[in-house]
Write a protein that binds this ligand. Structure first.
Ligand code: GUN
Ligand code: ZN
Length: 451
């Protein structure tokens, strides 16, 4: 395969920025280039140096004056909720019962699951997200659709079948044994196939009996190579319900601790109302709290306290949480993250935002050797961002003086229109994505929407 030289203003992080002036935390090449060979990054640096080392036999993608960054990473969302974004007027438990547990029943139908999985992946790519961690529905077919759609696009995706055996409609419940067997079978089928990683996914303590939690414990012990994802401390009614179901637990976090579900590979959605004790338990385990600002505002859940996570040494990541989250865009997500932290007197610098969407989230997944930064040998998952994508941004950019200011404009005003291109393992995917979506509509994909 011919090498590809991607030219633009290259930005990649090497460390977590300590503040708005921490210029040592990133590498930036004003006229830079990234050389892609066989889906991996083969060189990075000043354009003149990379071009000279590459020689004449390369294809060139000239993205000047746009920014070239590592592909964005989303650490928590729900693929079967793609058509349930913007469901009106309810907080978590009512929203789940009224909208989500109805929507997820559609994924029993493989055709519907495949249609939405394709659109879901293309939506991620259109927003510059190259890796995500998602819940599928309770149906194994939904996991096949999810990883099948990721595989055909070459994406590094993490996901798993939701397990739930109570407090959900009959049609969405498995049993402890069935949840175990299906999960086991799906791990065997998908984990480590191409770029797929499996996440063992008991939905949350409310929808799993103690017997299912025992089975989850067994799965995690038998498959330490897999991720674990669940929800923790998102909403006050949820906390009261969950802790009432496990009266022996000290608190919500202790429910998961008792079943040995807190590991360095565990991702816990939301983590809004945790005590210092609970955050310290997460820190000790190396488990990751996932900050989902658009979702937390949309469901009226509450405000994630990042400073307390940092103070107590616990790991955290950022995520959209579609479909309680209102956008697939990590830029829009960080715009809301900034506001949620601002409300609590906490600062999120633009360098920190862009670190979190890339290397920070890659570190939360322990995948930073492969994704999240543009280093030699990394997978060539790359996003190209246009800070002047709409007239209001172009006007604002005329008076921007620094890179930090530009990044803040991108995060505050940007969305999918700011994503000029998305490369997956070195292949341009954004426009392929929108062309394909149009094709699906034209060939009747729409007929599955109302299954
Ligand atoms: N808690 C349990 N399930 C869900 C879900 O699908 N979305 C959100 N936001 N919280 C949950
Ligand atoms: Zn969630």
């Amino acid at each position: 395969m011919t090498d590809l030289l991607i030219r633009g203003r290259v930005l990649t992080f090497v460390e977590a920025p300590k503040g708005i002036d921490d210029h040592a935390s990133y590498r930036y090449f004003e006229d830079g280039a990234v050389l892609v060979r066989n889906g991996k990054i083969a060189d990075i640096g000043e354009h003149s140096d990379v071009a000279r080392r590459a020689g004449p036999a390369v294809k060139v993608a000239d993205h000047r004056p746009n920014l070239v960054l590592p592909g964005l990473i989303d650490t928590h969302l729900h693929f079967p909720q793609t058509q349930a974004i913007a469901s009106y007027g309810a907080q978590l438990l009512e929203w789940l019962n009224t909208y989500i547990f109805v929507e997820e029943q559609k994924f029993r139908q493989p055709e519907h699951a495949q249609f939405i999985a394709g659109r879901f992946m293309d939506e991620l790519l259109s927003n510059g997200t190259t890796t995500a961690v998602a819940y599928c529905s309770v149906h194994p077919e939904s996991v096949d659709a999810y990883f099948g759609a990721a595989e055909s696009r070459g994406m590094l995706m993490i996901g798993g079948k939701v397990m739930m055996d109570r407090n959900a409609p009959d049609a969405l419940r498995d049993t402890p044994q069935l949840g175990y067997d299906e999960t086991k079978q799906l791990i065997g089928k998908w984990h480590g196939r191409g770029r797929a990683h499996y996440a063992i996914s008991p939905r949350f303590a409310i929808t799993s009996t103690p017997e299912q939690m025992e089975m989850s414990r067994a799965l995690v012990a038998e498959h330490p190579e897999c991720y674990v994802q669940t929800h923790l401390s998102e909403n006050k009614d949820e906390i009261a319900f969950a802790t009432s179901l496990y009266p022996e637990a000290k608190d919500y976090t202790d429910i998961y601790a008792r079943y040995d579900l807190l590991t360095r590979k565990t991702l816990l959605g939301h983590c809004i109302y945790l005590s210092d004790r609970e955050i310290s338990v997460l820190a000790e385990a190396g488990a990751v709290g996932t900050f989902c600002p658009t979702s937390n505002l949309f469901l009226g859940s509450g405000l994630f306290d990042r400073d307390r996570f940092d103070k107590l040494g616990a790991r955290w990541s950022v995520a959209t949480d579609v479909g309680a989250g209102t956008s697939f865009s990590m830029l829009e997500t960080m715009d809301e993250a900034y506001k949620v932290l601002h409300l609590q007197g906490q600062r999120l610098s633009p360098f920190n935002s862009f670190y979190m969407m890339t290397l920070g989230n890659a570190r939360a997944l322990d995948l930073d050797d492969r994704i999240g930064s543009l280093h030699i040998g990394a997978d060539a998952d790359i996003v190209v961002l246009d800070s002047r994508a709409k007239p209001s941004m172009e006007l604002r950019m005329r008076v921007a003086k620094t890179l930090a200011e530009e990044l803040f404009i991108l995060q505050t005003m940007g969305d999918d229109r700011s994503v000029a291109e998305t490369y997956v393992a070195g292949k341009p995917m954004k426009h392929r994505a929108s062309n394909q979506a149009a094709e699906t509509e034209a060939t009747g994909g729409r007929k599955f929407e109302t299954v």
